[in-house]
Design a protein around this ligand. Structure first.
Ligand code: FES
Length: 163
């Protein structure tokens, strides 16, 4: 269980408020910043504090958290791998890429490796069909993938914290 530092949440909210030009973007930008701070997830206690600080219903915060697949309220790995499952990626080797990832990491979709390094997820089209099949690791994209390239990429991330 992650210990949520409410002062830190307040600090993040204040900073985002100052840096966000459009009022309507404050909630989503805050949730992004909190998710970055907590290594790829938004702890429920932090979500509730955000609602309080922004003076909005908690249900609104959860609505946004569940609408966007990039958010999670469950702890995830340091690196979230999202495999595109839309048709152009699927027919150009996406299935093999997914199998290679499952084998390499020893986990299924929705799971996190025991060392807390990787979480495996799927996503719909990332708009990069020209270089299908595609995956994203946090905010970096990788295209024209093969099972061999997967091996190389995962080794790189395992070996280099800043891959
Ligand atoms: S279908 Fe995979 S990026 Fe478009």
């Amino acid at each position: 269980m992650v210990k949520v530092d409410l002062d830190k949440v307040k600090e993040i909210v204040e900073k985002v408020k100052q840096e966000t030009l459009e009022e309507g973007d404050i909630l989503i930008n805050t949730l992004h910043a909190i998710q970055d701070y907590y290594n790829n997830f938004v702890p429920p206690e932090a979500a509730e504090e955000v609602a309080k600080l922004l003076n909005i219903p908690v249900s609104r915060v959860y609505e946004v958290l569940s609408f966007y697949s990039m958010f999670s309220i469950k702890p995830r790995g340091k690196y979230v791998i999202r495999v595109c499952k839309s048709l152009p990626c699927h027919v150009t080797g996406g299935r093999e890429v997914m199998e290679a990832l499952k084998n390499k990491l020893g986990i299924e979709i929705g799971e996190t490796t025991a060392d807390g390094m990787f979480t495996l997820e799927t996503t719909s089209c990332l708009g990069l069909c020209g270089v299908a099949p595609v995956i994203m690791i946090n905010d970096q994209s990788f295209g024209n993938l093969t099972p061999e390239k997967i091996d190389e990429i995962i080794e790189r991330f395992r070996g280099d914290e800043n891959a």
